[in-house]
Design a binder for this molecule. Structure first.
Ligand SMILES: [Zn+2]
Length: 271
């Protein structure tokens, strides 16, 4: 009986250590957080981890502020990359993929309130529409931010934008000419719509970020930065020739201890 109890406790401890990887060595680099939807998941959603509640997001931004992080924009990392203006001492880059309306409704308002900054990767053809690339078996479509919302956020100086292709395809499954078009055209169209240079690109699903055939197309398209999300933190100064900039995937069920582990260890869990 006692042995059984000891085994249960041991299993519990092992599980905790897989879920919160506090034991990892701390890792240097630029912390780049990736979010998707800020809000409340619809009932029966099978994608709950992509939703971060507004109150959780607010706590996370407060945590960054309280612990001396300065949230920066794409233009800030561009200025640093070009050697024009160094980043602040403890920078963090907040990014959102896809361009949902809830980024405007919740995230933008929270960032504004807390004097912080964020960056959104937009799927050009879905601006003002819905996430039509997405399979509705796991969750219904939701609204994407309109062009008026994007412009308001841009004019505030709180949010900057990156490109996330025209239609959110899995780039690994497209022929070379289509890969090129999805990437190049998204830069061109977004620059025309927002009247500013778009220096950053994120691969839909992270697909192709580590495939030279795809990655070369993103670099050829004229983006300075390309972003993935699989590996954790990226060393800064960044070696553009080697790998994309990696991001810390913030999931819906995570708390500020997870955030601490992301920021210091480059991830918060093994499972
Ligand atoms: Zn995406």
């Amino acid at each position: 009986m006692e042995l059984f109890l000891a085994l249960i406790i041991l299993a519990f401890i092992i599980l905790l250590n897989l879920r919160w990887t506090w034991w990892r060595f701390s890792k240097k680099g630029l912390p780049v957080l990736i979010y998707h939807k800020i809000g409340y998941p619809p009932k029966n959603s099978k994608l709950k981890s992509l939703w971060v509640k507004p109150e959780t997001f607010e706590k996370q931004v407060k945590y960054l502020n309280k612990h001396g992080y300065t949230t920066v924009l794409f233009s800030d990392i561009l200025a640093d990359f070009k050697g024009e203006k160094a980043l602040p001492e403890k920078p963090a880059l907040i990014t959102f993929d896809d361009g949902y309306e809830n980024n405007y409704t919740y995230a933008y308002k929270i960032l504004k309130k807390l004097n912080a900054k964020g960056n959104i990767f937009v799927v050009y053809n879905t601006i003002g529409k819905a996430n039509v690339w997405h399979n509705t078996n796991s969750e219904p479509w939701i609204n994407m931010a309109s062009i008026a919302m994007l412009k308001e956020m841009q004019d505030s100086g709180i949010i900057e934008f990156g490109a996330h292709t025209m239609n959110h395809p899995d780039l690994l499954k497209l022929p070379a000419d289509m890969i090129s078009w999805e990437i190049k055209e998204s830069k061109k169209q977004l620059e025309t719509a927002l009247q500013t240079e778009i220096c950053a690109f994120a691969y839909p699903y992270g697909a192709g970020a580590y495939n030279n055939k795809v990655r070369d197309k993103a670099l050829e398209a004229g983006f300075t930065f390309d972003f993935s999300f699989k590996q954790g933190k990226t060393f800064w100064p960044w070696d553009r020739n080697s790998f994309p900039i990696d991001r810390l995937f913030i999931k819906g069920d995570e708390n500020n201890f997870d955030l601490y582990l992301h920021l210091t260890r480059g991830s918060s869990r093994l499972i």
